[in-house]
Ligand binder design. Structure first.
Ligand code: NAD
Ligand code: IPM
Ligand code: MN
Length: 356
């Protein structure tokens, strides 16, 4: 198979972890006889520094022309602490999602048994959890009209959904539920928000076409609680952009760390694969970041964009072996971890390559 992959490392720990996602792809290419070629492009703070724009035209053109995209993270402390900044790294990410029509963000909560003790939650609560989040990615309060009054004392972001936006992501989620355990939980705030009432209406209507799927509706506040009380009760979770953003950071603690959660953004065109975490200024440049979320994103790319299931399984197996042999980055180490086996980003990436 011949495929061209665009790598967008971005900011902070983005480049540190993406290096290992790419290295694993190169190794898989060699082992299975696939011709993977790579190109690289700028996005985020590094792009603003180089071109003035968080998403240069060149990056967008390369993205549209590629077969899949491996992304790291964007963000810089400079902007986080300056609410008045007009040009921001995150705008690049939002724009590329919109331009590529990446309306469905799949975030699997994949639990490696070896990490049951790495979580802040009790192992008996976690064991057996397997959730697939469908987070809507190109609508909601993220893309609604923004306003700030002239006197700067009033601000608003419009929460807006169109029927077709809910329908297309819900369809994907129902199809996934059919192929899994036939349970779908749609999360909204329909007791308060009109946009959520449209969401619930559309999901209710669509559910009639999937009588084999047990559909449940839950309010976001309750869902946030149920997720840590009894995560096993969830199979496919369907939710809006902002709710999905927040719920999946929470759910990362089921898997042990933010450094373990990968995601696939899909829709109209090229697939986009990225860890759910950000640029993590607090650990950037210190060889501390967990590269497994980036490596797992590559496994999602192989399976979803290229249909290479065996290759994807080889990657998750290599991670499994790495963890079974006791190797950990700091974020997933626990009291029983052999101190000599707590590795930095580089050594952890290298270990996965060895087991591959
Ligand atoms: P973050 O995800 O960057 O970090 C949250 C916490 O998780 C930090 O303590 C960090 O050290 C830890 N963490 C994250 N990834 C890790 C990894 N791979 N290994 C070990 N620990 C890891 O979120 P934040 O601190 O709220 O945001 C930092 C910057 O990143 C902000 O500028 C924000 O806008 C941006 N951000 C970008 C993305 C993205 O590009 N997709 C996602 C979230 C946040
Ligand atoms: C994510 C991030 C982004 C989001 C930000 C950086 C725009 O938090 O990918 O989860 O909110 O979608
Ligand atoms: Mn997020």
């Amino acid at each position: 198979m011949k495929r061209n992959i665009l790598v967008i490392p971005g900011d902070g720990i983005g480049p540190e972890v993406t290096t290992w996602g790419k290295a694993v792809l190169e190794q898989i290419g060699k082992d299975f006889g696939h011709e993977f070629t790579f190109d690289q492009a700028l996005m985020g703070h590094v792009a603003i520094e180089a071109t003035g724009s968080p998403l240069p035209d060149e990056t967008l053109e390369k993205a549209k022309a590629s077969d899949a995209i491996l992304f790291g993270a964007v963000g810089h402390a400079k902007y986080d602490n300056d609410p008045s900044a007009k040009v921001r790294p995150e705008q690049g990410l939002l724009k590329i999602r919109k331009e590529l029509g990446l309306y469905a963000n799949l975030r699997p909560i994949m639990l490696f048994d070896e990490l049951l003790d790495a979580s802040s939650l009790k192992p008996e609560i976690l064991r057996g959890t397997d959730i697939l989040f469908f987070r809507e990615l190109t609508g909601d309060v993220y893309f609604g009209e923004k306003n700030r009054s002239e006197d700067r004392n009033t601000a608003s972001d419009l929460m807006i959904y169109h029927r077709y936006e809910v329908e297309r992501i819900a369809t994907k989620a129902f199809e996934a539920a059919q192929a899994r355990n036939k349970r779908l939980c749609s999360v909204d705030k329909a007791n308060v928000l009109e946009a959520s009432r449209l969401w619930r209406e559309v999901v209710q209507e669509l559910s009639k076409q999937y009588p084999d799927v047990e559909t449940e509706h839950m309010f976001i506040d309750n869902a946030a609680m149920q997720l840590v009380k009894n995560p096993k009760k969830f199979d496919v979770v369907l939710t809006a952009n902002l709710f999905g953003d927040i719920l999946t950071d929470e759910a990362s603690q089921i898997a042990g760390s933010m450094g373990m959660l990968a995601s696939a953004s899909v829709g109209d065109g090229t697939g986009f694969f990225e860890p759910i975490h950000g640029s993590a200024h607090d650990i950037a440049g210190q060889d501390k970041a967990n590269p497994l979320a980036s490596i797992l994103s590559v496994a999602l790319m192989l399976e979803i964009s290229f249909g290479l299931k065996e290759e994807a399984k080889k990657i998750t197996d290599a991670i499994d072996k790495t963890l079974k042999n006791g190797y950990r980055t700091g974020d997933i180490a626990d009291a029983n971890t052999d101190k000599a086996k707590i590795l930095g980003t580089q050594a952890m990436g290298q270990k996965v390559l060895e087991y591959l």
